[in-house]
Design a protein around this ligand. Structure first.
Ligand SMILES: [Zn+2]
Length: 437
């Protein structure tokens, strides 16, 4: 499996002459991008080769860019056009034409000196600058970029830089941001050893092996509810005029800000948790067991929205699962930790002790998120039950006729708060403590 990572480097402030040379290219590039994107959307052109064939001669006549910019701008255009057409197909496009807000210059292996990457200049204080040569209308100019720790990590860990680099301009500071993409091929190890199974839902993530179960309270559901309250208040207080129900410009800005903030916090937490989990699995020499999520999961929920509000509330518990699973998968691949997906059907409806099937919780139990077995009386947090069942410790065979064995389920259990995830190896340390008990 191939993983890719984007790394952003900032340049030093550039001289006026250099910045103008880039700006010149940027302005022409933006102009071309705008009209070609309109054309591509109108005519549903989805191949950059086709687009280039149609326009290459005209572009060369009317503009004076180094020719490879005509290649990359066509790729940029087609990427945007495809995205827009897809939105339109789903009925999510808010405008007739795509709106181009941010433009970055797409470079290929000819427009910067890709083959000589990485070249450094040593500064007096021992620090290094990464130098890349950029082709402009005034010839090649050198861009001094400030590499950081992460950049060196990828470089030293054998990640390869890709030829496609994007440049964004910060006009006020006469700087550029360079977006490098690194990629690396990883082997996918086959499952072996122990199993560490993980149950995800909005307010907590539970996981464990035979000896212990841990629940991390993420409160992502609460976070979502908190921010949706904030958003509701904004919607109520920032209206155009005094009667209409549309948020004002400031209101829209605030809404966007809070939406973004919620997303950032969720993603940050999920990433950390994924990393800690994979660290733990590596340490335990375990295979991670995750629930299979249907591919069109989110769409399915949206479709159901009007029909079944209660169902929606249940399903909301799982929102963000796709993202979380993606983070876990990527980290697992990077760390060489094997991963399996299992069908979660009934994982929280089977009694882990006696195997009683389809235990339907009553309303009270559902509210408290407890599992109670009507056959053998076993009771436990529902999410821990899911973990146990995912572990497959207790095959889903009907054993209800046999007398339950008292000690058959006895892992140590612990509930922890999410802020502990900030510390490296925190889950490993905790699990070691639990295993000694
Ligand atoms: Zn039971």
């Amino acid at each position: 499996m191939k993983l890719t990572r984007t790394v952003v480097l900032e340049s030093l402030p550039l001289t006026k002459r250099k910045f103008e040379a880039i700006k010149e290219v940027y302005d022409e590039y933006s102009e071309i991008l705008e009209f070609l994107t309109d054309y591509a959307v109108e005519n549903k052109v989805k191949s950059h080769l086709k687009l280039r064939k149609l326009f290459y001669e005209n572009l060369k006549e009317e503009y004076t860019l180094p020719t490879h910019y005509y290649y990359t701008v066509c790729q940029d255009v087609v990427t945007r056009a495809k995205k827009f057409l897809e939105l339109k197909r789903k009925g999510k496009a808010k405008t007739e034409k795509p709106i181009i807000r941010k433009v970055s210059l797409w470079l290929d292996d000819v427009l910067w000196d890709y083959k000589r990457f990485p070249q450094f200049n040593a500064l007096k204080d021992g620090k290094k600058l990464l130098i890349i040569g950029l082709t402009t209308k005034r010839g090649r100019i050198k861009l001094p970029l400030k590499p950081h720790k992460l950049f060196f990590k990828y470089l030293n860990d054998g990640w390869e830089v890709k030829a496609g680099v994007k440049l964004r301009l910060i006009e006020e500071e006469r700087k550029v941001l360079a977006y490098f993409v690194f990629e690396k091929e990883f082997d996918e190890p086959s499952p072996s050893g122990n199993f560490l199974s993980v149950d995800y839902n909005a307010d907590n993530v539970s996981f464990g092996i035979q000896e212990f179960l841990i629940q991390v309270r993420t409160d992502l559901g609460r976070l979502t509810r908190f921010y949706s309250d904030v958003r509701k208040r904004i919607q109520e207080t920032h209206l155009i005029g005094w009667k209409r129900k549309l948020p004002s410009r400031k209101g829209r800005k605030l809404l966007k800000k809070f939406g973004q903030r919620k997303r950032n916090r969720r993603i940050d937490l999920q990433r950390k948790l994924a990393k800690r989990l994979v660290e733990l699995a590596k340490e335990l020499n375990a295979t991670i067991v995750l629930e299979e999520v249907p591919k069109n999961f989110n769409q399915k929920i949206m479709g159901r929205r009007k029909k079944n509000e209660k169902r929606l509330r249940d399903t909301l518990h799982n929102i963000g699962m796709n993202g979380f699973q993606k983070f876990v998968t990527e980290k697992a691949v990077e760390y060489g930790v094997p991963l399996v997906f299992v069908n979660p059907s009934y994982s929280s409806q089977v009694c882990p002790r006696c195997g009683a099937f389809r235990v339907k919780p009553d309303d009270d139990a559902l509210r408290q998120r407890v599992f109670e077995c009507p056959v053998c009386g076993f009771n436990l947090d529902r999410d821990f039950v899911a973990v146990l069942n995912l572990l497959g410790l207790f095959p889903f065979s009907l054993k209800a006729d046999e007398p339950p064995v008292e000690d058959s389920v006895s892992p140590v259990m612990l509930v922890v708060e999410a802020n502990l995830l900030h510390h490296k190896n925190s889950l490993i340390v905790i699990s070691q403590g639990l295993q000694q008990k």
